[in-house]
Design a binder for this molecule. Structure first.
Ligand SMILES: [Zn+2]
Ligand SMILES: [Zn+2]
Length: 345
């Protein structure tokens, strides 16, 4: 059974997922290439629904049965979960250490039945279906007040952590707030308390005014390279109108978001020759009352602004970066934005 342990020195949580690691020889080294699995054995290919746990949600053609072919997007529990919903949630101390039992949810969103297409190839309508599934799973998991955070992310390419080629993304719901998320939540709240303005709204306003880090400026969304990008070609995709919560996204924004993500992925593919990447959805956590912190979430709907973080994995994280926590980025965000803007797609 897995557990969450708190590192009091670094102020960060880790998941010790013993079911996954097993023996040293079973731990996959990062350079292990993606093994191409044939359609006969790929658990995400149509016809192999029996190789996965029963589906949680699917967008299906009319008249087709759950756990059989005929789906367009399919959500299933992860077969090798880092956390499980069955484990009871326990919080306890072990001397100076803090432990939370491995309670959580770990789901896989199989984005397409077609193993030959990657996300950048999806039609905008299909992309919208995928993001509507993100939204609906998020809304459902947010009802469970034991979860402190729900993270939706995608690993594309083995260098980005994918273990199967068939296009998919993942959801992990956890019983603690991750430290990176805590930093982000606290800094935007402090900013709001001082200025009564949303930090991301201010950033978007300034980026649109400066223009040099803008990749796409469309009606509802903006795509830009952050001023202090840690990684080459790192991008943010954010709605221009303030909204803190992806789980309540309306159909109009969903449609525009699908179009903008597709265009961004096509530009990245063109400029960086189909790079591995991670994307992470940053959205407001479920608002649950915290012991001793009655004021904790009172401004979240005004101070937090949801966005997608997209990071092509072009550089290795080496000793200096591990030691200092800061990255050496060989490409300025201004150059990255210009290359992406000027790419012919
Ligand atoms: Zn497959
Ligand atoms: Zn905002």
């Amino acid at each position: 059974m897995s557990e969450l342990r708190y590192d009091p020195v670094r102020k960060t949580w880790v998941i010790i997922a013993t079911e996954r690691g097993m023996r040293p020889t079973h731990i996959q080294r990062p350079e292990t290439p993606l093994h191409a699995v044939s359609r006969a054995v790929c658990p995400f290919c149509p016809g192999n629904e029996g190789r996965t746990p029963p589906e949680i949600l699917a967008i299906r053609n009319p008249g087709t049965q759950p756990n059989s072919p005929g789906w367009k997007v399919r959500v299933i529990p992860n077969k090798f979960p880092a956390l499980t919903i069955e484990s009871p949630q326990k919080r306890y101390g072990k001397g100076i250490y803090d432990v939370v039992s491995g309670f959580g949810a770990h789901e896989v969103i199989v984005e397409t039945p077609n193993d030959q297409e990657q996300m950048a190839d999806f039609t905008i309508a299909h992309m919208r279906d995928v993001f509507s599934v993100f939204r609906d799973r998020l809304a459902d998991l947010m009802k469970d007040h034991r979860f402190r955070y729900i993270m939706i992310f995608k690993n594309y390419g083995s260098e980005a952590g994918a273990t199967l080629c068939h296009s998919h993304s993942q959801i992990i719901a956890i019983p603690v707030t991750p430290s990176l998320v805590t930093v982000e939540l606290n800094s935007v709240r402090d900013y709001y308390m001082r200025k009564e303005r949303c930090m991301m709204c201010d950033i978007i306003h300034q980026e649109l005014e400066d223009g040099e880090r803008i990749v796409i400026n469309e009606e509802r969304f903006v795509v830009f390279a952050p001023f202090a990008s840690s990684f080459p070609f790192e991008l943010r995709i954010a709605p221009k109108t303030h909204n803190h919560d992806f789980s309540v996204l309306d159909e109009d924004h969903l449609q525009h978001f699908a179009a903008v993500v597709k265009e961004t992925l096509l530009r990245l593919r063109k400029v960086l020759n189909d790079p591995p990447y991670n994307f992470i959805l940053h959205t407001a956590p479920p608002v649950t009352r915290r012991p001793g912190k009655p004021e904790y979430w009172t401004s979240i709907s005004s101070d937090y602004h949801w966005h997608l973080e997209l990071i092509p994995r072009m550089t290795m994280i080496a000793g200096f970066e591990w030691g200092t926590g800061f990255q050496i980025n060989p490409t300025s965000p201004e150059d990255a934005a210009r290359f992406l803007r000027e790419a012919e797609i």
